[in-house]
Write a protein that binds this ligand. Structure first.
Ligand code: NDP
Ligand code: ZN
Length: 355
């Protein structure tokens, strides 16, 4: 019994969002059905929706920052009961058996994790997954995140991607109190990174390309804001930071930031620009880079996502959100505004308003 679903889809890479009815695989014994309350708009949705990372399959329903309520449970489900709040991030299934899955690193499942949208679901006849700009979702209970009843639901949704993607490398690099650190790209992901780093007691410098966000950076506890379009502000920043996270979704020079690391410092790259804009790092520059380290990071596994969510809710760390209605025009318009740098800091679609 497939589950009927309706949402908002793009039908081509330069089209507009329109209503779309489709179906999801049946609720298996280990699955839950979630009625979606809120869905965040991540810049990854935009890269994918516009085929900026290669050809996307259309119709395309984006959304991997999903917060909702459990509506139905399969007969073996123990983690959730009907009525509980539940979240879905970027991973909806993985083998659970390989070394990486056993370590809670489902994003690196050796059999291939199934992504929330645009992914071949090899547990269900390879059907292509559709995301959370929709009224519901069917997910295996092991890949759904428990959301505490006291959480602010509209602000919880973006934690499921923007939250975990920044929380994970900050902890992987063991950032601690008084460390001098930086966040490059101060948008949906970046403003979460600032909050996690400030909560750890680190001294945070923010890099972005606009004057408009200078006051916001201060307000979130950053000690310094650098407008990278202002050459003067970039002077004297070499050898400063023990950790830098780059969330930049556009073309830039990563070595500029590598040079700002102290010897042995670490730079985590999470921003993934469109294929035509992906920056490269010369290995020559790295060989002469004084043991500074550069690594990429992909979201986070399920156990760490649960840890991040519990930590964020308990410490009142949430994104700043702008809630929009679930109609094609509003979502199409929101995409335009993210691309134009006109969002502070995350759009969240109120899926209850879907007609
Ligand atoms: P946003 O658009 O919300 O934020 C990006 C920010 O970077 C904006 O403030 C933007 O400014 C700023 N920016 C753009 N160009 C530069 C530049 N040259 N120097 C400094 N800042 C710049 O995007 P998200 O935070 O949602 O996503 C960021 C990136 O991370 C995307 O590429 C996304 O695909 C990727 N991502 C990766 C994940 C992973 O697992 N690795 C998971 C989730 C997302 P302005 O707004 O003015 O343009
Ligand atoms: Zn995302």
């Amino acid at each position: 019994n497939r589950v009927p679903s309706k949402g908002l889809a793009l039908f081509s890479k330069d089209g507009n969002f329109e209503p779309y009815e489709f179906s999801r695989h049946a609720i298996g014994d280990n699955d839950i059905l979630i009625d979606i309350l809120y869905s965040g708009i991540c810049h990854s949705d935009i890269h994918a929706g516009r085929s900026e990372w290669g050809n996307t399959s259309y119709p395309f329903v984006g959304g991997h920052e999903i917060a909702g309520r459990v509506a139905q449970t399969g007969k073996n489900v123990t983690k959730f009961k009907v009525g509980d709040y539940a979240g879905i991030g970027c991973i909806i299934n993985s083998c659970g058996q390989c070394d990486n899955c056993k370590q809670g690193l489902e994003q690196f499942c050796e059999k291939g994790m199934v992504g929330t949208y645009g992914s071949h679901d090899h547990f269900h006849d390879n059907e292509i997954t559709q995301g959370g700009y929709a009224n519901n979702y069917v997910v295996s209970e092991n890949h759904a995140i428990k959301i505490p009843q006291n959480a602010d639901m509209k602000r919880v949704a973006p934690l499921l991607c923007a939250g975990i993607t920044t929380y994970s490398p900050i902890h992987f690099s063991k950032v601690k109190k008084d460390d001098n650190v930086a966040v490059a790209g101060f948008g949906g992901l970046g403003h979460m990174a600032v909050q996690y780093l400030v909560a750890l007691g680190a001294k945070v410098t923010v890099f972005d390309i606009t004057e408009e966000k200078r006051a916001d950076a201060k307000q979130l506890g950053a000690v310094k804001y650098v407008n990278v379009n202002n050459r003067e502000e970039l002077k004297g920043l070499e050898n400063q930071f023990s950790f830098i996270i780059s969330t930049i979704p556009a073309k830039y020079d990563p070595m500029m930031y590598v040079r700002m690391l102290k010897m042995g410092g670490e730079m985590a790259i999470v921003g993934l620009p469109a294929n035509e804009n992906v920056p490269s790092i010369s290995i020559g520059s790295l060989v002469f880079a004084s043991h500074r380290k550069v690594y990429g990071s992909l979201i986070g596994g399920i156990p760490e996502t649960q840890e991040m969510l519990d930590y964020s809710v308990a410490n009142n760390i949430y994104p700043e959100v702008e809630v929009i209605n679930a109609d094609g025009e509003s979502v199409t318009n929101a995409y335009k505004k993210v691309i134009d740098g006109k969002v502070k800091f995350r759009y969240v679609i109120d899926m209850k308003t879907l007609k």
